[in-house]
Design a protein around this ligand. Structure first.
Ligand SMILES: [Zn+2]
Ligand SMILES: [Zn+2]
Length: 340
């Protein structure tokens, strides 16, 4: 049994078969035709968007798509993920509004749905209870899970995930209630109208670059579920699939330190040395903490991390490259940090 498997079967009130990762029972895939049609269109239109970006789109339209892409990633990482799914810090109402608006650019369902699925992922990682069970392979954990109906185990266990805090949040309930209209407007309509109105962009370029931006944001986020559960080293827990991936961290503004994150999911930094340039999300939260809009930031003590590294780590270094003297390097870093 792996250390993390001990909690797999504990569900409040009801007996549920314990699922021990990695696990995937034979599954009859039931197609989700709406999602298949949607992703087929998004990919085709996105490919046309690449052509238009090269051939005729204005620079301002490309720049706007890039800015909205990064904004959507921050809304997802600092908002849906670290604030609402894991409650790693608290945010004032104005910051919550900012994060909700940014997340709405991402077209990744409402924050309520996102956070609920993500809690399910952490509770039943790499088993049938995990909506994007990486035991079924790279494609399934990346996008395949969205093209089929949820596994019955995931559906069953999803109903028992505690989401009372999300339901109490009026802002999240507003976004959930009007999700189709609100997220549709923020993801597709506003980003298409801005270039057409302000710099006379054509509808074809404005629309298809919007689609291209959305599909890139999707794939970048999906990498955390696929690549960061498949490749990379495991300095904190060698028994689980989540791994450290510097390239995924770069793309997702700091969410690729996935071995650390699964071991210490309540740490707002989602990494041991979170405040670095690759972890822009942490810098973003730090900035709002400085303003006083983010508070009660949770972290993990260096001694706790060091003990865990010694106990279950694979002996590799923090960031996913090179040296094999991880414990020694860790000691050095802990010393430096204790002096700051
Ligand atoms: Zn994960
Ligand atoms: Zn998480």
């Amino acid at each position: 049994m792996t250390p993390n498997a001990r909690d797999e079967g504990r569900i409040k009130g009801e007996a549920c078969e314990r699922l021990i990762a990695p696990q995937a029972s034979p599954m009859k895939f039931e197609a989700s035709y709406i999602n298949i049609a949607m992703f087929a269109y998004l990919h085709t239109a996105g490919a046309y968007g690449i052509y238009l970006a090269i051939s005729e789109a204005k620079w301002a339209t490309i720049l706007l798509a890039f800015i909205l892409h990064e904004a959507a990633i921050v809304g997802t990482t600092a908002g849906a993920h670290r604030l609402w799914a894991h409650r790693t810090y608290k945010a004032t109402f104005p910051l919550q509004i900012i994060l909700m608006l940014l997340q709405s650019f991402a077209c990744q369902y409402s924050i309520f749905h996102w956070a609920r699925d993500h809690r399910l992922h952490h509770k039943f990682s790499d088993t049938d209870g995990d909506p994007h069970n990486s035991t079924r392979g790279f494609f399934f954990s990346h996008i395949g899970w969205l093209l089929v109906k949820k596994h019955p185990e995931a559906k069953k266990r999803m109903r028992r995930i505690d989401v009372s805090d999300l339901k109490e949040n009026k802002l999240l309930m507003f976004q959930k209630k009007y999700s189709t209209a609100f997220i549709g407007t923020m993801s597709f309509i506003v980003p298409t109208l801005i270039p057409m109105y302000f710099w006379n962009e054509t509808f074809a370029s404005a629309w298809h670059l919007t689609i291209l931006r959305i599909i890139i944001s999707h794939h970048v986020t999906f990498l955390v579920n696929s690549a960061a559960h498949a490749f990379g080293n495991k300095p904190y827990d060698r028994y689980i699939s989540p791994s450290q991936s510097i390239s995924v961290s770069l793309a997702t503004l700091g969410e690729g330190y996935h071995n650390y994150h699964h071991v210490f999911p309540w740490d707002y930094r989602a990494a041991e040395l979170g405040n670095n340039v690759v972890n822009f999300t942490t810098l973003f939260i730090d900035f709002f903490a400085w303003l006083g809009w983010a508070y009660d930031l949770k972290t993990v003590g260096n001694d706790v991390i060091a003990k865990r590294v010694e106990r279950t780590g694979d002996g590799t270094n923090l960031w996913g490259w090179g040296d094999k003297d991880m414990p020694k390097a860790h000691e050095e870093i802990a010393k430096v940090l204790s002096k700051v």
